[in-house]
Design a protein around this ligand. Sequence first.
Ligand SMILES: Nc1ncnc2c1ncn2[C@@H]1O[C@H](COP(=O)(O)OP(=O)(O)OP(=O)(O)O)[C@@H](O)[C@H]1O
Length: 201
Amino acid sequence: MHVIGTVGLPGSGKGEAATVAREEGIPVVTMGDVVRQETADRGLDPSKDHGTVAQALREENGPTAIAERSLPMIEDRLENHDAVVVDGIRSDTEVDVFEERFDEAFTLVSIEAPFDLRAERIDARGRDAGENDGGEALADRDERERGFGMDDAMERADVVVENTDTLEAFHDRIRKVIREGPSVASESDQLDDEPTEARQP
Ligand SMILES: Nc1ncnc2c1ncn2[C@@H]1O[C@H](COP(=O)(O)OP(=O)(O)OP(=O)(O)O)[C@@H](O)[C@H]1O
């Protein structure tokens, strides 16, 4: 059993990591899906009110509300699969939830890219999809995510993947992390010369 969580600021490449997982036949549980479902259940617009509802969920049910709601979804997928990717962990408190439940079988991967590169990629993604990002500037999104404790979550990562090269290079690195299994955290310095690295706890 291997549960791989991803953490990273907007536009860092979490969605691409999820794409690689699906290509490898590994199911992806998106924390955003939990929030979108809740937004729809409240009669709000998932494309616009997502951030507000994420915050409300935490205020009403505590900082682990979203992670806790994702656990049954993850366990359900683990019945038929050896690994599951959890996309978009937002805080160190959420990391606690997954570590407590899955222990050594949980690997946290931090996906990192500088602000300007993420801004460029988000602009290009918006143009490709014929839509914008709901009007929220990247700096504001970064601030909102950091407010949830994302920096602290990134600090906890077992593996850091810098997404500053080509998309193909990024896919290759993520594929290695996924294929390596739960031992990836202790062995990741042998995975690749650069820039995947292990962070000591
Ligand atoms: N190495 C790369 N080279 C070129 N484009 C990339 C690279 N990595 C990601 N992208 C593109 O950048 C955009 C942002 O990546 P992605 O959607 O995976 O980010 P994300 O972390 O899921 O962002 P968000 O939190 O906003 O959903 C996408 O269009 C993706 O295809």
